[in-house]
Structures are given as structure tokens and as C-alpha cells.
Design a protein around this ligand. Sequence first.
Ligand code: PBG
Length: 323
Amino acid sequence: MFPEQRPRRLRKNTAMRRLVRETSLSADNLIYPLFVREGKSVREPVAAMPGIERYSPDTLGPVVKRVASLGIPAVLLFGIPQKKDEFGTAAHKADGVVQQAVRRIKDACPDLLVITDLCLCEYTSHGHCGILTPEGEVENDETLEVLAKVALSHAKAGADIIAPSDMMDGRVGFIREALDEGGHELLPIMSYSAKYASAFYGPFREAAGSKPAFGDRKSYQMDPANIREAIREVALDVEEGADIIMVKPALPYLDVIRAVSDEFDEPLAAYQVSGEYSMIRAAGANGWLDEKACMLESVTAIRRAGADMIITYFAPEVVESLG
Ligand code: PBG
């Protein structure tokens, strides 16, 4: 054999390829997002995300039991309230939809970690992630006060990790202080640190009914053209006390995941967002792509780039296809 054929010796068969594989993928690395909506006995499919449903809190039992039995350690909750207002009041009600869902899940599966997404966009009538000024600008500091209330209400309901996705400045430190003062010193914060103003969130906004009524999120989410800014954003969150950091979306931002994982020691999450999921689903449904192979390839690539954990709507299917 010629020396230049050496790489092929290690690709001869499955066992050999497994032996030299550099990136591992297991249930341990996955987080499954769930949409919970107010109501009773409701399970409704999300049209733009085939395979994904919205659940009322009382219907969550079977789905979380399935997730837990597959060995997936955590779910991430997004709430869809019945009533929205300008201030996102429904987000911090003691019996709000997320608060109810947390209790239900903890009852059904005490060991499954419940991460709660912390943002106002699903709760505000205008669909922005914060409180607005009369001119329609997001009021950073007033929003922080509301976010702290929401975080405390999630903590009281029994959430295991709080995940602020609003992108207000200074929110991690502010929420940390509020949690500490409320006696929740050991409740970790998973911060959406480098969150881009991405068109790949389209299907999510349909699922959560959180499309902004006017304008966009470019004043508080990051410009897709920037990577150095991502490092600065993560550094701020770490300084303010983030326990887990995040890059979002994932596949179009693998370079950002790599840069952040090289630069920081904190556990790093990457979010394979709704649009990344729906693209693969849609192409699969059309027979244009091998859905399962693309799913595994994309999740493996996100791990290879440096993500310790991946938030993905594919989580249960990934575990099932790992066998
Ligand atoms: C809330 C939030 C969004 C996503 C997660 N948290 C939407 C947005 O910023 O518009 C998107 C997740 C996805 O697309 O799967 N701010």
C-alpha cells in the first residue's frame, strides 16, 4: 500500500471508524424544547414545524416521560399565554402557563431538568422582547425589572435552570442578584449570550405567536456579520455570572461556536433553531434529502464545533437513531 493511502486503513469498517471517531454524540448532550400553551387537554401541531406540538400543561406527562426514558437530561420550556398585554404581565403570574408546566413536569419526572426560557416576546401584545417607550423603542432597564420578576416566579415554581433569551443589556447580573436575594443562590443561569437577529427563527415565531407586530429585533439581537462582538457578549455574560453560555442559531454559526469554545471554559450550549429543523424536515418530506442522515450530520457538526450541549427539536429522534 502506498503511504498516501494510510487514512483509508482507519476507515475500513464501522468498528474501525468508531474507534477513531473524534466527536461523540449521546442523549446526555441534548436538550428538548417544548411549547406549552394555556388551556386543557390541548395538543396542537405547529404547521411550520412538522412533528412539533403545543401542549397544555395537563397533556405534558406522556411527552416528558418519553424524553426522560430516552435519557435526555433536560427540556426547555416556552410559554404561550392566553392573554397578552403591553407589559407581558402573564409571564410572572404564579399560575402562569410555564409555572404550571414546571410543576406538572416535576411531578411526572422529578429527575428531568426543567429549563425555562425567560423572555417577554411571547407575552407582550406587540411581540417585542421588552417593555416599549411611546416611540416603540425597547426600554432596557424597565424590562430588567420585569424579567427579574419572571425569573423569581419560575424559580418558585421549581425550575432547575433559568435561560434568559431577551438580550437586554445587563440582564444576567440583574437576574442573578434577584435570584440570590430570593434565596435561589444555587439556581444556574443559562444565558443566550451570542444570539443573532436571525431569519431562522421564523417557524418558532409561528409556534409561539411571538412575531413582532412592527419592526424587528435588530436593536437587541446581534448582526449575523459579527463574530468579535460575540466574544464580547459572552465575556459580559460570564462576568455577570452566567453558568452556561449559548450560541444561537447553530449550523450557520459554527465558526462562532468554535471561537467561543476556544475562548471560554464555561459549559457551552448551541441552539439548533426552528428554521434549521424545518429546513431538514421540509427537504426530507419532499424526498430531496435523507432526513435522518442530515439530522445526525448536523448535530454531530455542532458538537464537533465545540458545543457541549445542543438544544434541538430533533432530540428524541436523535437518541432513537443512535440506537
Ligand atoms: C425568544 C426566543 C426566540 C427563540 C428562542 N427564544 C425567538 C426570537 O428571538 O425571535 C427562537 C428559537 C427557535 O427559532 O427555535 N426571544
